[in-house]
Design a protein around this ligand. Structure first.
Ligand code: AHM
Ligand code: MG
Length: 329
């Protein structure tokens, strides 16, 4: 028999008696919104949903029509859940908070509604990334998400690719569910996903390589020369979710180092790095900002950026060690 994502979460919840089904109700908001988004993406060329809307978001990037659609779908579906105290979106400058009755509103949800949206118009994979924090009346919702990523209760993503896959972890392994369009449900397809200890792929925007700090350039040179006893190949989609999804299956390393135009890195700590770092660690992989464990970074701003290195333990720790060495010199 099939196991849907709802069923799976309900089964998982039995291990947490206090959860009372509220967590699965919240997750159903995420699955519904991502199914709405996937339905639009699937027919994108036929509907008037491609292109930008002529406005720039808080990140200084052109908002695509589908960015707006995906954001609204999440705000709507999650906003209806009384377990949700706040929604923090990459597309909105400030958190959206809700006045809930006492005893409800336990969670703050952070999301990148449509990651990789520069790829939409050319029919290349895009994704949704989310992360969930617990908040309480004592810890307000903004403070709840300004905690290090180790405090995430759950995190995950959806990749809208040849098939649509929902991957999540609530802290006891990583599970993947493939959307079965015939029944409109995410069905368990990947149990206890593990990232290989090492791989043979590196993934980076090499057009920026000349402005990477020297230790990164040196590391990439070593990968190309086979200095670690293995020949590497390169893959870069330019949609983080898709590049990460491949890395989860195949191992190797994805990196977005500091560059001339993005001295602090381009990717966002809350919306992109933390949730994927949570999944990577749960699958046996690693994630750093070059030297520090991503999940231990104390955020000071909801939109802050970070250099990002994620993937197999072997490659990520090699790079981290050489960056630490370079820093010590
Ligand atoms: P987005 O969230 O606005 O789509 O931007 C993030 C995307 C990531 O998906 C991807 O890894 C990165 O930007 C690609 O950046 P670049 O085009 O500089 O290589
Ligand atoms: Mg993104």
């Amino acid at each position: 028999m099939i196991t849907t994502v709802q069923q799976h979460i309900l089964n998982e919840q039995q291990r947490f008696p206090h959860a009372r089904g509220r967590f699965s109700w919240l997750l159903s908001g995420l699955t519904l919104a991502t199914k709405m988004t996937e339905a639009k993406i699937r027919r994108a060329g036929l509907l008037d949903v491609l292109g930008d809307i002529g406005e720039v978001n808080v990140q200084g990037e052109k908002q695509q029509k589908l960015d707006v659609y995906a954001n609204n779908a999440l705000l709507h579906c999650l906003g209806l859940r009384d377990t949700v105290a706040a929604l923090i979106s990459e597309e909105n400058e400030e958190p959206i908070t809700f006045d809930r009755e006492q005893g409800t509103g336990e969670y703050a949800i952070v999301f990148d509604p449509l990651d990789g949206s520069s790829n939409i118009d050319v029919n290349v994979n895009v994704g949704t990334i989310f992360s969930i924090y617990r908040c309480s009346p004592e810890v307000g919702s903004k403070a709840a998400v300004l905690q290090p990523g180790i405090k995430q209760v759950a995190a995950g993503y959806v990749v809208y690719g040849p098939s649509t896959i929902f991957v999540y972890s609530a802290g006891s392994g990583v599970f993947g569910f493939t959307l079965d369009p015939a029944i409109g449900a995410y069905v368990l397809s990947h149990e206890h996903m593990r990232m290989p200890e090492r791989g043979n792929i590196y993934s980076v925007n090499e057009a920026n390589a000349d402005s990477f700090p020297p230790a990164y350039q040196d590391f990439l040179g070593k990968l190309r020369k086979g200095a670690f006893g293995r020949k590497y190949t390169s893959r870069y989609i330019g949609s983080l979710v898709a590049d990460f999804h491949r890395t989860l299956f195949k191992g190797g390393i994805f990196l977005y180092p500091p560059t001339e135009t993005h001295a602090q890195g381009k990717l966002r700590l809350l919306y992109e790095a933390n949730p994927l770092a949570f999944i990577a660690e749960q699958a046996g992989g690693m994630a750093t900002d070059g030297t520090r464990r991503i999940l231990e970074i104390e955020p000071c701003d909801i939109h802050q950026r970070t250099p990002f290195v994620i993937g197999s333990k072997d490659e990520v720790s090699r790079l981290r060690d050489s960056l630490l060495q370079a820093k010590a010199v």
